[in-house]
Design a binder for this molecule. Structure first.
Ligand SMILES: *Cc1c(COP(=O)(O)O)cnc(C)c1O
Length: 463
C-alpha cells in the first residue's frame, strides 16, 4: 500500500484497478447528485446554479477560486445525522474538516455537538456561541495552555491521548478547582479505510493508547485514581473515508471488551462509548456511501449486541462525522487559465488555484471529478488533468477526468466534494491567497470566510 493513499485518501491503492476512468461519462453536462451538493443543478442556459444562484454570477461577485458551500445541504446532512442517532446518542461534528463561525452557528441550531483539536478551533467554537459543554477537545499533544483554556471554558469532555496527558489534565483541572469529564482514546488494532480494514495485534501510530499489552487498562486505572478527572467513557477512531462497517464492528467488540474488563476490575460501568468518525463520501460516481440512518442503525446494533453478550448496560454512543457532513456540501469554483494538449497523452488544464486550496490529491492520491459549469457543451470529451498554478509538478487538483473538447481559457470549472479538508488544509504556498468560502442559500450568497489579501500576507511578514 502506498503511503500516500493512507489514511484520508479516498481509496486504497490496491482496491480499484488503475485507470478506471478509461471511458468518458455518457453525458458530460450531467451532474451526478451523488457528488454534487443537493441544490446544484444546470439551468436551461447551461449555467450551473447552487441555491438558485448561477456560478457565473458568483465568480463575478466573489472571484475565483472560491469554495461555494450549499448551506441547505449542510444543514440537511447535519440534521440527518442528528435524527438518525436520536436522543440516546450524540453527534459531534469534527471541526477539523472545516470550521468557521457560520458553521458553528448552523451546528448549534441543528443540535449537533462539536469536536475541536486545537486552541484555534476552540476559540472559533466559543466565539460563535457553541456552548462549552457541547464541545469535545481532542489531540495527541494539547499544550498545557490549551488544556487550561478548555477546562476553564468548561468543555464537555477532553479526550485523553497519552499517559502524560492523563496527569496533565488532572493536574490542571485540580488547580482550577474542577473535575474534568474525560474519555480515554484507545487504539484497538483496527485500521479502516475505504473498502477494507486491517485488524492487527499492535499499533504503529501516534494517536491513542494501545489496547494491546494492557496499556489501555492501565490508563483507566490511573485516570480513575485522579481527583481532577471524571472518566466517562472510552474513545476509538479507526480511520477515514470508510465505507465498510466491519472495521467498526471489530472496534466496538474490542472497546466493549475493555468496558467489561473495567467493570470486572473496578466494579463500574462507564456510561459512554465514542466510535469516532471516518465515514466515507462520494468523491466520484464510483463511491457508494451509506446514509446516516443506515450507519446509525448498524453502529447501534453492533454496540447493543456486544454489550448484551458482555452483560453490560448499553452505554450512550457518540460519533464524530466530519467529512460525511461537510464534504459533499461544497465545490471549488475555478477559472480556466490555460489549456495545453500533450499529443497522445492528455490535456493539461491549468486553473487559478491548485494544491494551496486542495492538497488532498497531492497528499493522499485523492480522486475528484470536475465539470464545466459556466456553460453546457456538446463537444467531444477530452481526457484532462486539472492542475494548479504552483511551482510544483505534483500540483494536481484532478488527476484524470473528462471535460468537453472545446474548453477554453475563461471557462469556469468546478470540482465537487471539496467541503472537507480543503479550506481547512489550505496553505499560502507561493504566496497564493487562500480562497473565500461563500455560503449560498435560497437565492442569497454571503461570504463566511473572506478571501485572503496581499495585505493579510504582508501583515504577518514584519520585515
Ligand atoms: C478526523 C477525526 C474525525 C473525523 O473524521 P472524518 O473522516 O472527517 O469523519 C473524527 N474523530 C477524530 C478523533 C478524528 O481524528
Amino acid at each position: 500500500m502506498s503511503r500516500s493513499a493512507h489514511p484520508a485518501g479516498p481509496r486504497h491503492a490496491d482496491v480499484l484497478p488503475e485507470g478506471h476512468y478509461s471511458a468518458p461519462p455518457a453525458d458530460l453536462n450531467a451532474l451526478d447528485p451523488k457528488v454534487w451538493a443537493q441544490t446544484v443543478e444546470r439551468g436551461e442556459d447551461g449555467v450551473v446554479t447552487v441555491g438558485g444562484i448561477g456560478v457565473t454570477q458568483l465568480a463575478e461577485e466573489y472571484g475565483t477560486p472560491a469554495y461555494v458551500l450549499d448551506e441547505a445541504d449542510f444543514r440537511a446532512r447535519a440534521r440527518a445525522w442528528r435524527t438518525a442517532f436520536g436522543t440516546d446518542a450524540d453527534v459531534f461534528y469534527a471541526g477539523k474538516a472545516f470550521l468557521s463561525r457560520a458553521v458553528v452557528r448552523w451546528l448549534n441550531e441543528e443540535g449537533l455537538n462539536l469536536d475541536v483539536c486545537s486552541g484555534g478551533e476552540l476559540a472559533t467554537a466559543l466565539s460563535a456561541g457553541m456552548p462549552a459543554d457541547r464541545i469535545a477537545f481532542h489531540g495527541n499533544n494539547k499544550s498545557p495552555e490549551e488544556i487550561e483554556r478548555a477546562v476553564h471554558a468548561g468543555v464537555g469532555r477532553i479526550v485523553l491521548d497519552s499517559f502524560q496527558e492523563i496527569v496533565r489534565v488532572a493536574h490542571i483541572a485540580q488547580s482550577l478547582g474542577k473535575r474534568q469529564r474525560v474519555q480515554i482514546r484507545i487504539t484497538v488494532g483496527v485500521e479502516a479505510h475505504t473498502h477494507e480494514f486491517i485488524a492487527t495485534a499492535h499499533e504503529d501510530q501516534k494517536f491513542g493508547i494501545p489496547l494491546a499489552g494492557g496499556h489501555a487498562a492501565e490508563a483507566v486505572r490511573r485516570a480513575l485514581q485522579l481527583d481532577g478527572l471524571e472518566l466517562i467513557g472510552i474513545h476509538s477512531h479507526i480511520g477515514s473515508q470508510i465505507f465498510d462497517m466491519s472495521g467498526f464492528e471489530v472496534a466496538a467488540h474490542r472497546v466493549v471488551g475493555l468496558l467489561k474488563d473495567i467493570r470486572d476490575e473496578h466494579g463500574i460501568e462507564l456510561p459512554e462509548i465514542d466510535l469516532g468518525g471516518g465515514l466515507g463520501i462520494a468523491y466520484t460516481s464510483d463511491d457508494d456511501p451509506r446514509e446516516p440512518h443506515e450507519i446509525a442503525k448498524a453502529l447501534t446494533e453492533i454496540v447493543t449486541r456486544e454489550c448484551e453478550s458482555a452483560k453490560l448496560r448499553t452505554p450512550r454512543i457518540s460519533v464524530e462525522p466530519g467529512r460525511a457532513i461537510v464534504g459533499p456540501t461544497a465545490f471549488t469554483l475555478y477559472e480556466v487559465g490555460t489549456v495545453k494538449p500533450l499529443d497522445g497523452l492528455r490535456t493539461y488544464v491549468s486553473v487559478d488555484g491548485g494544491m494551496s486550496d486542495n492538497i488532498r490529491t497531492a497528499l493522499y492520491d485523492a480522486e475528484y471529478t470536475v465539470a464545466l459549469v459556466s456553460r453546457a457543451s456538446d463537444a467531444e470529451p477530452m481526457l484532462v488533468r486539472v492542475v494548479g498554478k504552483h511551482c510544483e509538478s505534483g500540483d494536481i487538483v484532478v488527476k484524470d477526468a473528462f471535460l468537453p473538447g472545446d474548453l477554453a481559457p475563461g471557462d469556469l470549472i468546478a470540482v465537487p466534494a471539496t467541503g472537507a479538508y480543503c479550506r481547512s488544509m489550505a496553505s499560502n504556498y507561493n504566496h497564493v491567497l487562500r480562497p473565500p468560502v461563500v455560503a449560498v442559500r435560497e437565492g442569497e450568497a454571503r461570504v463566511v470566510v473572506r478571501r485572503e489579501t496581499e495585505e493579510d500576507l504582508l501583515r504577518l511578514d514584519v520585515g
